[in-house]
Design a protein around this ligand. Structure first.
Ligand code: GDP
Length: 389
């Protein structure tokens, strides 16, 4: 029904009921429930748990949620990441949630309507109110994660820095983020109902917050506040900190946009990269559009060809191996025969050498015998002569 060029507008003669569409969406959201996942990133003790508790006015670590309690509309879970000096575990965690959604989406029998969506819809990035430059680790982390999720920078424990210092720090921080090309989440200005406030808030980023579950009595009213020896900082007082602005922008005004951006921008980017990694693309050579079926067939064909090529290569390799083995065997056999032949040839020569030695020994023995015989004959002759005498 939007007034487009080629669509002619009709005036409705009676009530149709299109205006009930927002109610239908509200009813469906309330009945089905929805997931809104906030990831808090920042150093230990910076105030992440306190701020989440303050935001939702609850104590997440103590509370158990029942599966059967109808008023529960928001299922909140806290994930403790291992302390690490690297953004990689966070990147891996975000990707794992995208992958789980992608797997569900690719199922033949999808059940996305009751799927527990664990994708991160917004990241509250907690920064220390140092007044100095951003830490390299924070810059690096935001730079590497800004394409994976909506990042909103938050200056934690804003009560520990003076108002003028805080203002200066906010300006410095934003200019550092811009000069380093960090893409932080921008509140959308295309919806007339929130365009003005969102544009104003985009100009005031980031949010300087104070978190506290403690209550203090101020003008006969109990209010959440952080009390220290220097005074009381009221969490929900807009003159004291940006807590209310953050809650308003996060929950009341832009929760749906954060969910939408997560799906259409960050998840779709993950999905596109994954598909391209697997060789799928919307366009083929010469920028011609290709269907999934065509890409699948082309891939199958390519895979088949590659397999045949590999098989042929393996065949050639095994023939070559057999040839080499045969040559080695031939060589070994030839060497063996040569040795046997040599040994066989050596045998008669050895026998002859032994015989020659035996002949020489025999001749020596014979000569000794003859000498011995001659001597004993001569001795017998002389004895006979003596007897005659
Ligand atoms: P986490 O480790 O980042 O979750 O930090 P916690 O929320 O556990 O807070 C660590 C300490 O900082 C606690 O003692 C809190 O009471 C205190 N804290 C939290 N938020 C604030 C704040 O806004 N201002 C001040 N001054 N202290 C805070």
């Amino acid at each position: 029904l939007s007034p487009c060029k080629n669509i002619c507008s009709l005036t409705m003669s009676s009530h149709v009921g299109f205006e009930s569409l927002p109610d239908q969406l509200v009813n469906r959201s309330i009945q089905q429930g929805f997931c809104f996942n906030i990831l808090c990133v920042g150093e230990t003790g910076i105030g992440k748990s306190t701020l989440t508790d303050t935001l939702f006015n609850t104590n997440f670590e103590d509370q158990e949620s029942s599966h059967f309690c109808p008023p529960v509309k928001l299922k909140a879970q806290t994930y403790k990441l291992q302390e690490s000096n690297s953004y990689q575990p966070i990147a891996d965690y975000i990707d794992a949630q995208f992958e789980a959604y992608l797997q569900e989406e690719m199922k033949i029998k999808q059940s996305l309507f009751n799927y527990h969506d664990s994708r991160i819809h917004v990241c509250l990035y907690f920064l220390s109110p140092t007044g100095h430059s951003l830490k390299t680790l924070d810059l690096l982390t935001m730079k590497n994660l800004d394409s994976k999720m909506n990042i909103i920078p938050v200056i934690a424990k804003a009560d520990t820095i003076s108002k003028t210092e805080l203002q200066k720090f906010k300006i410095k921080l934003m200019s550092e983020l811009v000069s380093n090309g960090v893409q932080i989440y921008q509140f959308p200005t295309d919806d007339d109902t929130v365009a003005r406030i969102n544009a104003a808030m985009n100009g005031q980023l980031s949010f300087a917050v104070v978190g506290s579950m403690d209550e203090v009595k101020i003008r006969n009213k109990m209010v959440k506040a952080h009390q220290d020896p220097w005074g009381v900082v009221q969490v929900e007082n807009e003159n004291h900190c940006d807590f209310v602005k953050l809650r308003e922008m996060l929950i009341c005004k832009n929760m749906e946009d954060l969910r939408k951006q997560t799906h259409t921008r960050h998840y779709k980017l993950y999905r596109r990269c994954k598909s391209e990694e697997m060789g799928f693309s919307d366009v083929g050579p010469e920028n011609k559009p290709v269907s999934l079926q065509e890409t699948y067939e082309a891939k199958r064909h390519e895979f088949h060809g590659e397999r045949q090529r590999k098989e042929e290569e393996m065949k050639q390799m095994s023939v070559q191996r057999v040839k080499e083995k045969e040559a080695i065997l031939k060589e070994a056999k030839f060497e063996h025969l040569k040795r046997v032949h040599q040994e066989e040839r050596m045998k008669p020569e050895e026998k002859r050498r032994i015989l020659d030695k035996e002949i020489i020994d025999f001749s020596k023995k014979k000569a000794t015998c003859e000498i011995f015989q001659t001597q004993s004959f001569l001795a017998t002759g002389s004895n006979l002569r003596k007897d005659k005498d």
